[in-house]
Design a protein around this ligand. Structure first.
Ligand code: TYM
Length: 329
């Protein structure tokens, strides 16, 4: 079986951008591949964070992912920092990665702008750590949102460079995108993200959904109830594409174009449909809260498995590079 590898940062609550942009694909594909999902805490510490919250965030992220449908039996969900090998391989890959490749990374430029007072080397090196995550497990398919495609291209480039210099070792991985790989935020201006506070949380209840959606922007040309609208440019309609069945969606689009349906009704129906999709996840999450200890044990045993896989790759890499193939923890 080919290896599927993906990762997610424990940076706070999940949002529907994570879910419809990436996680849905993990759930869909997990039985077709040998699947690894990493909670990437070493990535998360490249931006300001609260140390006392970190362990709770990690466990909570695991609960969320299991609630979304990640299969405990089949998928290896593990914690990146508990597996030595990720950071080791990063250092090694640093030596085959041209500075200019990292300077081109748009996510680095965005984050550096957002965290002007903390543009640390880790933030710059973030994509190399990501390449190490994938290649440590010899991952071939990487399901992610569109914002990560540039990092996957870089991963291929790093694999090529390493293979050319030290002999064939790593596969060239491929990204897999969902049908909706870039979910916009409620502001309609930028990608949905927690740091921009423009998100719909995966655990938002119906009331919270309404609070957020009722004030969100629609087609700006539709000022009065009788103005016809254009669903193709309306951010709210882009959310209907995520959760509303096709027939109903067609009817709403037609209603919008002919001013037969107003923005408030359109939003009410979105809240109903969004809640129908998120409600079952929220119920499972609440059940899983009672199983925290079991989940912590599963993570620990998965970490152990990953340490074994990492060991074998690191020994192979060291040997090929002329370093003594020794692994001691
Ligand atoms: P993170 O935690 O920022 O995002 C997790 C996943 O959610 C996707 N995503 C979105 N998709 C569509 N629309 C959005 N608005 C949106 N916001 C987030 C991301 O694309 C991602 O797939 N760098 C990775 C973490 C990582 C990783 C890896 C991924 C570390 N190592 C190895 C794959 C393989 C990240 O962005 O996480």
């Amino acid at each position: 079986m080919k290896v599927l590898f993906t990762g997610i940062q424990p940076t706070g609550e999940l949002h529907i951008g994570n879910y419809f942009g990436a996680i849905k694909n993990w759930v869909r594909l997990q039985h077709q591949y040998e699947t690894y999902v990493s909670i990437v805490d070493l990535h998360a510490i490249t931006i300001p964070y609260e140390p006392s919250e970190m362990q709770n965030r990690i466990l909570n992220l695991a609960l969320n992912l299991y609630a979304c449908g990640i299969d405990r039996e089949n998928t290896t969900l593990f914690v990146q920092s508990e597996v030595p090998g990720h950071a080791d391989l990063t250092w090694i890959f640093n030596t085959v990665t041209p500075l200019g490749d990292l300077e081109r990374m748009t996510q680095f430029k965005d984050k550096a702008r957002q965290h002007r007072k903390n543009v640390n080397v880790g933030l710059f090196d973030y994509p190399v750590l990501q390449a190490s995550d994938i290649l440590l497990y010899k991952g071939e398919v990487v399901p992610v949102g569109e914002d990560q495609v540039q990092h996957i291209e870089l991963t291929r480039e790093i694999a090529r460079r390493f293979n050319a210099r030290f002999g064939n070792t790593f596969p060239e991985c491929k990204e897999i995108l969902t049908e909706t790989p870039r979910i916009m935020g409620l502001d309609g201006e930028s990608k949905m993200s927690k740091s921009k506070n423009n998100h719909i949380g995966l655990l938002d209840d119906k009331e919270t959904l309404w609070k957020k959606i009722s004030v969100a922007k629609t087609d700006p040309a539709r000022i009065r109830r009788n103005d016809p609208g254009n669903p193709d440019i309306c951010n709210i309609f882009s959310y209907h594409r995520l959760v509303t069945p096709e027939e109903e969606r067609k009817e709403i689009a037609e209603g919008c174009r002919t001013a037969g349906i107003g923005c408030i009704d359109c939003k009410k129906r979105l809240v109903e449909n969004m809640h129908r999709e998120l409600g079952p996840i929220q119920e499972r999450y609440n059940e899983l809260l009672l199983e925290k200890d079991t989940i912590a044990d599963i993570l620990e045993s998965n970490n152990e498995h990953c340490r074994e896989v990492a060991k074998s790759t690191i020994l192979e890499v060291k040997e090929k590079m002329g370093l003594k193939p020794v692994w001691k923890i």
